[in-house]
Each structure stands twice: as C-alpha cells, then as structure tokens.
Design a protein. Structure first.
Ligand SMILES: Cc1cc2nc3c(=O)[nH]c(=O)nc-3n(C[C@H](O)[C@H](O)[C@H](O)COP(=O)(O)OP(=O)(O)OC[C@H]3O[C@@H](n4cnc5c(N)ncnc54)[C@H](O)[C@@H]3O)c2cc1C
Length: 476
C-alpha cells in the first residue's frame, strides 16, 4: 500500500520529499510477502463471497462488478509501469492463472449456475464458462477429479484470464525505483509516536531497532501504511476519527506442495463455498502460485485465533488496542459473532489430519508426505462502531483520515493488495482535495480509464483488458 501511494505521489509531485519507515530489516515481510497471502488478483471471477445468494435464490452482480472494476485499475497501473521500465518483466510479479469456482451438491450447483448465467451477461465477465461435465472439469483441473467418487454431483466455472500476483516482488520493485528517484527508506525503524504540533506539522518518532536510538522527523502528511499495526499508530496520533475502531486478527496457515508431478496436474485458483460461520476470506481454495519463477500449489487458508496484529507482532497487540472508545464495539462483536468465534476455535483445534481431509475434498488423491504446512500472514479485520449494534466486524478495507487530511491510515485486508491502486487513488482524493484536479491528468497517464467504469462500455472493456493482458504477458 505504501509503495503504491509513494509511487503515485512521486509521480504527481516530484518535488515532495518522501521517507518510508519499516520496522523490519526488509520490505514486504508481512502481509505483502508472497507466502503470507494467497496472491489472488481479486477480481470476483471466482470468489463466491462477492455474490452471495439471496433468500429467494437470486444473485446480485453489483459487488462483483465493482471489485473487477477496481482490479482493472490495478492492471492498468502495473501495465504503464511495465511499459515505462519501472517494473521489470511482468512474469516476475503477475502470471496468468485461470480463476475457477468448484461446488458440490445439488443446491450449490444450482447457485453456481445462476451466478454463471448472471455474470455471463456482464462485459467484464463474458468469458466465464460453466460445466457439470466431469470430463471437462478434469481437463481444466485434473488433480481435483483424480480419485473423486463417481456418485458426486459437482460443477465448476472457469475464467481463463485470471491472475496470480506476487505482491512481494511488486513491492520490492516499486521501492527500488522510489529510492532511485530520491525517496528514503529507513529499515529497522519502528514508528512509535505521532504528534501534531501547533505548526500543523506531524512529528514522527521512530526507534532504530538495532541501536535503540530515537529518531524524529517533521512531516506535512503521514500515511500509516502499517498493515495490522495501522490501528495502533492511528490511536497514538489521537485523531478523533480513529476512535471507536478496533482490530480483530485472524491468523492463517496454508498447505503447500512444490512436487512438480502434482503441480503439473493443477493450473488454476479454485475457490469453493465457506464452511458455516467461516469469515468470507476463509473460503477454501486450491491455488497455483508462481513465486520467483517457480510454480507450486497452495491450499487453505486455515484460519485461527491469534491476538497478534502482524505476523512479527506481539501477543499484547489485541489487549493493548482496547480503549474506552472501542470497548463497546469489541464486546458487541464478541457477542454477535459467536459463530465466527466457534469456527476459529474449531479451526485451532483441528489436527493436521483434519486439515488434510479438507484438502482431500479438493484433491482426493493428495498424500500428506507431499504437503507442508506454512504460516501465512495475519489478517487484521476492522471492528467499527455501529449505532444499532454497538459494533460490527467488517471484512473490507477502511480508509481512516483526519478531517484536514494530514494523516491517513488503512485498516482491514480485503480485497487487499489487489485493490491497492484504487484505494490509494481514494487516499489522494480525500487528503489532497486542492491538488487532486491538477494531478488527475498525470494519474490518467498511469491509469487511462481512471474516473470511468468499463462494464458499461463493452468495447472499451475488451480493448483495455486486451491491452493490459498483452503488456503484462498474460496471453503467453
Ligand atoms: C492469509 C492472507 C491471504 C491474503 N490473500 C490475499 C490475496 O489472495 N489477494 C490479495 O489481494 N490480498 C490478499 N491478502 C491481503 C493482502 O496481503 C494485504 O491487504 C496487503 O498485503 C496489505 O498491504 P500493506 O502494505 O497494507 O501491509 P503489509 O504488507 O503488512 O505492510 C505493512 C508494513 O508496515 C510495517 N510496519 C508496521 N508497523 C510499523 C511501525 N510502527 N513502524 C514501521 N513499520 C511498521 C510492517 O513491518 C510491514 O512491512 C491476504 C492477506 C492474508 C493475511
């Protein structure tokens, strides 16, 4: 998120000085590290949670369309940077991996068919395919059909033009170019305090984690791009807008294999239905990942309860975030989400064998000796005040900004890194209203369709998707 925002600011206002503080010894070691997230270029091609079924059986494509529109902006931004040589070979950070949905049982097959029929009419989704034919699905994803019981009823949809993104590689490349162009990156520096002076400037206090020395700098604008620690820092800034927010951390694990024989039998990101009580981002999926040019398969995530807000965080993160202003939202969320708590505790208690059985529902022929369990990143979900309920748990992202726009932070993790580009455009609009109109032409140079939507312009949608696919080498 910080790398994306800094890249945009360096472009629209090259005379501004940018300094980035990172508490760890390298960038992209938390959520944006490729092994800490699933790398799905979220565009609602396969994730059912963006298009749930209403009680009457109908489905509404509006949310799915808006997620896809957001990803088109990210694709355009990355394409421009590739064309300019800012980003290297696109294969180093984005690869074409079909996005599929796989469901079992009469009810879910009907839901998937309805979803397919609805999406097929939308220009951004018109390449979607549906099949109930085991032979066809076996051609798409042999690993999922191998040794599957003949009696099972199942169906799948597929969009060939899905993507797998290595957000860690993208982050590193963006930072390299930012530094070449004059931005400063201070590694091993943890921001501890944020205070606004009477001069209207923020004093950022950071501690050097190696020598324990304190470092202070004055800034006109602060972006709190601290991932799971964003709430902690926003609380320390004492801005009233951050009051009432809380963070609910959900940990994640994946099973991974890089056995080439198994990897060769699956080339897709296949999402399915979430278990009862499971949060939307805990939908199980079996994914092709491409990291450092190597393909592997990832299955999960297995969610769990863990009070840390970052993978390299502290068990005191959750208790330390409780304030008078957010205790009601925290308690209300605990009271109203017993199903989720039960689900998380259940996941924690699931043995390795239990975890493996979940994988075998996707890949019946999977053998434990081929798969290793890896720990993914922490997802810090947003808890916010709610007039009716006291507090609600939200699974999206939330931009929290001071009224004067001098400080802004990003809470939440979904749809996550895929939508860094539209979210940071929103940050620019909200925090720099006096500059934004002047910056727009430059931003449009980076993202040609900025400010318009594609789904209502079928010809333009085709043209833009074809152009970004070409530049990002997604047709290779
Ligand atoms: C299990 C899992 C699966 C996911 N899957 C996907 C997916 O498939 N697709 C997708 O698009 N998104 C996915 N996401 C979400 C995505 O990873 C995040 O939204 C995104 O990486 C967040 O980027 P960020 O820059 O905000 O945070 P991060 O990448 O976490 O970066 C924050 C940085 O701030 C540093 N920091 C924190 N506090 C301080 C401080 N006080 N001082 C200095 N530095 C500090 C941290 O060390 C870290 O480097 C997933 C996340 C998880 C956990």
């Amino acid at each position: 998120m910080s790398a994306t925002l800094a890249t945009m600011i360096q472009r629209v206002q090259p005379d501004w000085r940018i300094r980035i503080y990172e508490r760890l010894g390298a960038v992209a070691q938390e959520s944006s590290n490729p092994w800490n997230n699933a790398g799905t270029g979220h565009s609602a091609l396969c994730e059912l949670n963006y298009m749930p079924q209403a009680a009457d059986g109908s489905v509404d494509p509006a949310k799915a369309i808006s997620i896809n529109e957001q990803f088109q902006l990210s694709r355009q931004f990355w394409s421009t940077l590739v064309n300019e040589g800012v980003l290297g070979d696109p294969k180093s950070f984005i690869n074409s991996v079909p996005h599929m949905t796989f469901v079992r049982g009469e009810h879910d097959v009907e839901y998937l068919r309805t979803r397919y029929e609805t999406l097929k009419k939308q220009p951004l989704f018109d390449e979607i395919e549906f099949s109930e034919d085991p032979k066809q699905i076996a051609e798409w994803v042999p690993l999922m059909i191998d040794k599957r019981a003949k009696s099972e009823k199942f169906a799948a949809t597929r969009v060939a033009g899905g993507t797998d993104v290595d957000f860690g590689s993208l982050t590193k490349q963006l930072f390299e170019r930012l530094i070449e162009n004059g931005a400063e990156l201070l590694l091993n520096h943890e921001v501890k305090g944020l205070r606004k002076g009477s001069d209207g400037l923020w004093t950022v206090r950071a501690k050097h984690n190696v020598g324990n020395t304190t470092h202070r700098v004055k800034a006109r604008f602060v972006f709190v791009g601290a991932g799971g620690y964003a709430l902690k820092l926003l609380q320390r800034s004492h801005i009233p807008e951050a009051k009432g927010y809380g963070t609910f951390p959900i940990s994640g694990q994946f099973l991974r294999t890089s056995n080439p024989k198994i990897v060769a039998k699956h080339h897709a990101k296949v999402y399915s239905q979430a278990a009862v009580g499971a949060p939307p981002m805990s939908v199980p999926h079996l994914d092709t990942r491409v990291v450092d040019g190597q393909a592997s398969l990832l299955f999960g995530p297995y969610a769990g309860a863990n009070p840390k807000f970052l993978k390299h965080g502290s068990v005191m993160d959750l208790p330390g975030s409780i304030r008078g202003a957010n205790i009601v939202p925290y308690l209300s969320v605990a009271k109203d989400n017993l199903g989720l708590l039960k689900y998380l505790i259940g996941e924690l208690l699931t043995t390795r064998a239990g975890k493996f059985r979940a994988l075998q529902e996707f890949a019946p022929s999977a053998r434990p000796e081929d798969w290793e369990l890896i720990v993914a990143g922490q997802r810090a979900q947003v808890i916010k005040k709610d007039a009716a309920k006291g507090g609600v748990l939200q699974f999206g992202t939330e931009v929290v900004a001071a009224e004067d726009g001098s400080i802004v932070g990003l809470l939440g993790a979904s749809p996550g890194a895929s939508t860094a580009v539209p979210i940071m455009i929103d940050v620019l609009k909200r925090c720099f209203p006096a500059h934004y109109a002047g910056w727009e032409p430059t931003l449009r140079g980076l993202i040609p369709t900025l400010g318009t939507t594609l789904n209502d312009q079928p010809k333009q949608a085709k043209k833009v998707m074809a152009a970004t696919a070409e530049t990002l080498r997604l047709n290779d």
